[in-house]
Design a protein around this ligand. Structure first.
Ligand code: MN
Length: 244
């Protein structure tokens, strides 16, 4: 029986039969990475919390995908001008999804914005723009090299993430301008770039969470450590399904 992995999406206006229409959009990289790992991807459209809780109860695992910025009001900050792509309905959807995943102990892989959503859902805050608020940092917004592993990241060797990746020293891509600032309740940092920017977090309770600031869905074709994140998610989702 299929292992159903929900993957959150964004709303984008796309051309349809000569007339633009809003659509739920997710880059195929995510869907292919889930399929390669043996999972069946289920695209999660935006919706109110009761819809999300109902859907979550039918899923075996979850990918929180990358995208634009979370409204800083969600963590009690005034937006600075570098904040872009805020989508209130996506925020509502994904914050509810984290709440559901946490209460169901649903295995979750949170990627880039996804990791930031988890942090905000658990009461943490974000650096709104690394270049503005941490000007001595490395360049983390590097879309031109999104398929290259160029940024060294050190993983806490005791963290589960290190065993999933098979190493505590990895090189990753970097396509983010925001980062975790104050950690949310129950979260601990488990990986850092050379400038101290948090590149992964773990949850200290039972919820099986893998959360990375980089984009393994753009690397898994060439990189076994990136593929292993999706393998780890699907293996946990299978165990989760069989335990229910
Ligand atoms: Mn980075």
């Amino acid at each position: 029986m299929a292992v159903l992995i929900g993957v959150t999406s964004e709303t984008k206006v796309v051309p349809r039969a000569g007339r633009d229409a809003p659509a739920s959009v997710i880059a195929m990289y995510y869907l292919e990475a889930i399929r390669r790992a043996g999972g069946t991807p289920v695209v999660v459209p935006p919706g109110p919390p009761d819809f999300i809780y109902g859907l979550a109860s039918r899923l075996d695992g979850l990918v929180l995908s990358g995208g634009g910025d979370i409204d800083p009001a969600r963590y009690d900050r005034e937006a600075i001008e570098q904040v872009y792509g805020v989508d209130e309905s996506r925020d509502t959807t994904e914050l509810a999804m984290v709440d559901a995943a946490l209460s169901l102990n649903m295995p979750t892989l949170a990627i880039c914005r996804g990791m930031q959503v988890v942090n905000v859902a658990l009461g943490g805050t974000l650096i709104q723009d690394i270049a503005t608020e941490r000007p001595d940092s490395l360049v983390h917004w590097a879309p031109d090299t999104q398929f290259d592993r160029h940024q060294p990241v050190t993983v806490d060797s005791k963290a589960e993430l290190a065993s999933v990746l098979g190493s505590s020293e990895v090189k990753v891509n970097s396509i983010h301008h925001q980062a975790v600032d104050r950690l949310g309740d129950g979260l601990g940092a488990v990986a850092w770039a050379e400038d101290g920017i948090i590149e992964a977090v773990a949850y200290e309770g039972e919820w099986p969470l893998l959360a990375v600031q980089w984009h393994p869905e753009r690397l898994f074709m060439e990189d076994s450590a990136s593929a292993a994140l999706f393998d780890g998610l699907v293996a946990r989702a299978l165990a989760n399904r069989d335990a229910r």
